[in-house]
Design a protein. Structure first.
Length: 280
């Protein structure tokens, strides 16, 4: 078999979601680069597959160092499977650096798609799936968090965020503060597991929902996109023109600036400017 780096999706909760292709890839791999060797060893044991000396720990704290090790194994002709504790490698989990390095070295890269909390939560949320953005985990504090929350609140696309149970109340509260209590949201937890729950409502309702019991399990927060901005009306155009004219801007420049700033057709801005001139 040809040497390759093989990205394999593993269950996010229900072991029945592991595909036959994933089992075959794990069975035939020379090396299995995994986030936690204990978790992967348990998965292999469940499948009746030997672990032997095939497991190589590759996690957030050593991925940069282990890249060279994985590349060396690929150079020797090995088939290296990459798995994380749950879901697809590279999605808020290790794997991205390995893929980039293998691609740069012109090694073959294959993917065995599998479960993903991101996609599972999105499709079950009841919110728009035509355009969406994945933010992973938001920054925990400070200016970086405030800026990111504001960006998420203003995004016209559906946004998906991962959150730990002990921080989900704060995150939902921060989003409500930036996007308003009426913005629609879905909270998904324990997806594919026995206690799977998907709550749908508004951010204000989500705050109340989370206050009724202690949050448990990893959460996926799916936030509806911001409503599209309303086009500027003639009143807005006139106010913008008057502000520029009063500041000494000549009429032609004011028309050009307002057209660009408000996104209104130039003919509309010109007509408003003409009425202003006629009124004196």
């Amino acid at each position: 078999m040809t040497a390759a780096l093989i990205l394999v999706g593993t269950p996010i909760g229900n072991l029945g979601d592991l595909t036959p292709r994933a089992v075959d890839a794990l069975a035939t791999a020379d090396t299995i680069a995994c986030e936690d060797t204990r978790r992967t060893r348990a998965l292999l044991s469940h499948l009746g597959l030997p672990a032997g000396k095939r497991l190589l720990a590759v996690h957030d704290h050593n991925e940069a160092v282990e890249v060279a090790n994985v590349l060396a194994r690929l150079d020797k002709g090995e088939r290296v499977v990459v798995v994380t504790d749950a879901g697809m490698p590279g999605i808020s989990d290790p794997g991205e650096r390995l893929v980039a390095a293998a691609a740069a070295a012109n090694h073959q890269i294959e993917v065995v798609p599998g479960p993903s909390a991101l996609i599972a939560a999105l499709v079950v949320s009841g919110l728009s799936t035509s355009r969406f953005c994945f933010e992973g985990f938001l920054p925990r504090k400070g200016t970086a968090r405030a800026r990111r929350v504001a960006e998420v609140a203003a995004d016209l696309r559906t946004t998906v965020v991962f959150e730990a149970p002990h921080r989900v109340r704060q995150t939902v509260g921060d989003l409500a503060g930036a996007a308003g209590d009426t913005r629609r949201v879905a909270l998904a937890r324990e997806l594919t597991k026995m206690h799977e729950e998907v709550w749908r409502g508004t951010l204000g309702g989500a705050i109340e929902h989370l206050s009724t019991k202690e949050p448990r399990g990893e959460y996926v927060v799916v936030l509806d996109g911001a409503p599209p901005p309303q086009p500027a009306g003639e009143t807005d155009v006139e106010a913008a023109l008057r502000a520029r004219l009063d500041a000494g801007t000549d009429k032609r420049s004011a028309i050009t600036e307002v057209t660009a700033t408000l996104g209104v057709p130039k003919r509309v801005v010109y007509d408003v400017a003409l009425r202003i001139s006629q009124r004196g």
